[in-house]
Unconditional design. Structure first.
Lengths: 112, 115
């Protein structure tokens, strides 16, 4: 198993551009999450999904969109990038029992 | 509302010293889960421990130990005989009884271990 895979690892965006952060897991997990980590801070939940076709907002959803068309994939979309979205983004999934949270390696995004 | 507070922003110790990282949490749930993660300079999150609210036994894993006290809503982490490789940011996190991937993180404590 590859676990949770995020792409790209690094990206620089210009203000107003859009992009999609990809997240894929091969563990057949129903629950998936997107977090952001601002410099010197802990992670904050952006969106989560409890299964294909179901998504819900977390603590900081503004400026983002998600979709969950398959169990494996949970992409995060930034429509109009703003400097405030400069952050490290982590995707995660949990197993059926909820005992283990699997985090991706993170995606470093800079908006200039 | 749930909240996690790590009051220590940065701690600096000399190798072989013991160090305790504090974590205080707030929740109205009677069932909840507490976590500690390590984030080395490379940036990934390394899982250290998960503890449910009904298990107040302290846990030891090698040089790491955790002290969970419901009476003071604290879940402190001690590293014994610290090493340079322990230098990292450490996060305490809290989740509710269901959907345990919905974590509330503290702000993190940066630990620097000097040789």
């Amino acid at each position: 198993n590859a676990g949770v895979t995020q792409t790209p690892k690094f990206r620089i965006l210009k203000i107003g551009q859009s992009m999609t952060l990809q997240c894929t897991q091969d563990m057949n997990h129903n629950y998936m999450y997107w977090y952001r980590q601002d410099p010197g801070m802990g992670l904050k939940l952006i969106y989560y999904s409890v299964g294909a076709g179901i998504t819900d907002k977390g603590e900081v959803p503004n400026g983002y969109n998600v979709s969950r068309s398959t169990t494996e994939d949970f992409p995060l979309r930034l429509e109009l990038a703003a400097p405030s979205q400069t952050s490290v983004y982590f995707c995660a999934s949990i197993n059926r029992s909820g005992n283990t949270i699997y985090f991706g390696e993170g995606s470093w995004l800079t908006v200039v | 509302a749930q909240k996690v507070t790590q009051a220590q922003t940065e701690i600096s110790v000399v190798e072989k010293e013991d160090v305790t990282l504090d974590c205080v949490y707030e929740t109205r749930d009677t069932t909840y889960y507490l976590f500690w993660y390590k984030q080395p300079p490379s940036g990934e999150l390394v899982f250290l421990i998960r503890r449910n609210s009904f298990d107040e036994q302290n846990e030891i894993s090698g040089r790491y130990s955790w002290n969970f006290q419901k009476s003071t809503s604290s879940f402190n982490f001690t590293i014994t005989a610290s090493q340079v490789v322990d230098s990292a940011v450490y996060f305490c996190a809290l989740s509710g009884p269901s959907n345990t991937g919905k974590l509330i993180f503290g702000q993190g404590t940066t630990l620097q271990v000097k040789p």
